[in-house]
Write a protein that binds this ligand. Sequence first.
Ligand SMILES: [Zn+2]
Length: 443
Amino acid sequence: MKDFKDIMAQIPFIDAHCHVMPRGVGKYASSGKPFAGHSQLAGLLLGYGSRMCFLTAGLPQEVVNLIWDGSMDPEECKTEVLKFLPLVEAALPVVFCRRGMAMLTGYEVDEINGDNWNHLDVLLAESGTGGDYAHLLSVMERDNITKLLLNMWTSWSAAYYGRYLDGLSDMDRADDSRAYSTLATFDSYAVAPFTEPTREYARIVGADAESFDGYDRFIEELADFFVLKREVKGFKISECYFRALDYVPVEKEKARAAFRENPSEEQVKTLSDYVTWRVLEQARRLQVPVQIHTGELWGETKVAQVSPMHLETAIRAFPDVKFDILHGGYPFMAELGILASNFRNIYLNLSAMPLRSMEQFEHWLGVYINTVSANRILVGTDVFNVECMAGCIDFIRAGCAAVASRMFQRGIASEGAIRRLFERILNKNACELYGIGDMSIMP
Ligand SMILES: [Zn+2]
């Protein structure tokens, strides 16, 4: 069977959804501090992607918290994590951490256990500068990744776009823009009234966000700041962690009544609808896409609510806004495929799928390729650290190569057509959608 691995390796990858943040932001952030524990290895294994595997295997949340904030001694961290590791060692986020760590430290292990734990921990502490620009750029270069479309944690966002970027040296600034194009989280939770992150943003843009009329203007001022001053390439809506995405237009006076310090549940929904609608208006005005988290489940929402189907009203109301729908809406992949067959402003972003299951990734990539126009499929990692990124990228390329081989075998497309298709999916589509300049494939 024809092998497309070499072709995939030659295509410079643009990670269409990534959270590998520059570490330096942590010291400016008011909450969501970076890992402060004693064991680097425990911190890595309990990172965002793999933590859920451990939690659902039975590791108590309180133990994770103690490990993360440095209140547990290293030997105890090791014992606690190793108790559950055998149950989740085939979970892909854990596999990618292990593989990436081996690639970056040069210490190859088949499994992490009590015998090699301490040695790995030391190696990680030595190389563990994840998010440091030089380290990040060297990993990107090695793995032929030309750009990360970075989405900051909501809690780090104001710090990054404000004090952090203002304070960067010219050299770090240049490295920052070499590595990243960014998407700012901009939804009613990211700019919730009367909260510290919103006040910080209001200070940055010189707005008054304490009265409703001021807050209403602040949304426009912040949108301008993001796009015109910080060259943000798109807005990100992450509210799926808290509510279904059944946005509807809301009259201004109803929103005004809901703008208060202790709103009822109904008022929270009303204001959230209003704010998100306003954000979508800004995206239309400033001509930037909106990336939306759907599917998966890291928050309080019920499983049925994470379906991208809830977005239909908003997608219909904003035909000029490009909606980049994350994670294929997993497990609602088929529904999203049908939505995308009916609306040309929907883009299918298969980020995080490779962390879930390679079978699922390959299956749905194949389905979308057959049903949706080739310019609307993107792939991303959704990882939070360089180790996981390094461990994941070969799998992504191998998954693409497997899909390509089957297409070729079935006579669906020629080698040339397949190459053009994957140059789009792994690179060009992200460039076009987010206007990230000339990332031309090859001479
Ligand atoms: Zn994500």
